[in-house]
Design a protein around this ligand. Sequence first.
Ligand SMILES: Cc1ncc(COP(=O)(O)O)c(C=O)c1O
Length: 373
Amino acid sequence: MIPVNKFKLTTEDKKLAIKALNKNWISSAGPEVKLFENKFKKLIGKKYCSSVSSGTAALEIALKIINLKKGDEVIMPNFTIISSAIAVIKQGAKPIPIDCDLYNWNMKIDLIEKNINKKTKAIIATHIYGYPIEIDKIKKICKKKNIILIEDAAEVLGHKYKGKHCGYFGDISIFSLYANKHITTGEGGMILTNNPKFKKKIFDYKNLCFGEKNRFNHYDIGWNYRYTNLQAALGINQLKRIKKIIKKKKDIGKYYYENLKNLPNIYIQKPYLSKNIENIYWVVGLLIKNKKISAEKFRRELKKYGVETRAFFWPMHLQTAFKKIKIKFRGPYKNSEYLSKYGFYVPSGLETTKKEVRFIANSIKKIANKLGL
Ligand SMILES: Cc1ncc(COP(=O)(O)O)c(C=O)c1O
């Protein structure tokens, strides 16, 4: 089976982790955590950076520290991981999912504007799969309306938009370091900001809000979302070669594009959508254009060739978890619904070879032919 993601850890990456282990730094205390955070914030261009146990934890903290009140609204993509909506709901606020664009798969900016009202407190702007969202436009809206911008850059570490790193634009920005991300420490996340008040809260809430005078008299209800020194040690060297990693991801994506662009009924995103919108191909997504065959059926066929695939995100308005708590959605969500039924992604990990891409592309062509696509 060709796995959908093959991450790459070098001997040097592992050596650093073993070195940290040999120094007995295995918990969240330890010099590598600070070093990794410092290198991370330098790369993104932010003042403060805190490691946390996952991207989901980073989102939960981000939503916690902006003081949401019951009834406040937070605009977010309908087509994304569930973590954003959960983080909003846990603060007693209302997620307002926005439908995505059919071609770039990011939240539609005109719909964001239409959904802003007096209750809108924050916008979670997420870069989905490969293309950066036009975050400067969202930032402008946020500034004008006094809304907090949370930038979810979990999928695009190392990618740039208009010369700045993704993650640079948010009042608070988050990343994930899960095994399928550009660099990975198994699990993990980062949360960044330029705001010193946010910085203090981030460090407090990820660490149980310990008291200042009496350490064990905790001043609020926080979490243990700490990140370990062992994980940080594993990440440092990967961060150093981020440019190389990004190049590899783009090369794999471009190679798929060259091989599949002429299929009449399968949409693959281009390497560039416009001058400023380049595809980093975190994942290489395919979308069946004519709805003749579901993604599920196509994926079953690819499995017969030994190719592992993944379904696209399941949209927020169709989530069982939210039906149970009777969340009201503002729809319609035509595009995200379409993507979730007719989209899937193919292997594109850092260890995926050109030979494998050729084999996968040929298998896709054969299946398309067989199924009359
Ligand atoms: C856009 C986005 N945000 C947040 C997350 C959550 O990250 P984690 O899996 O580290 O909790 C993910 C996970 O894939 C993601 O894709």
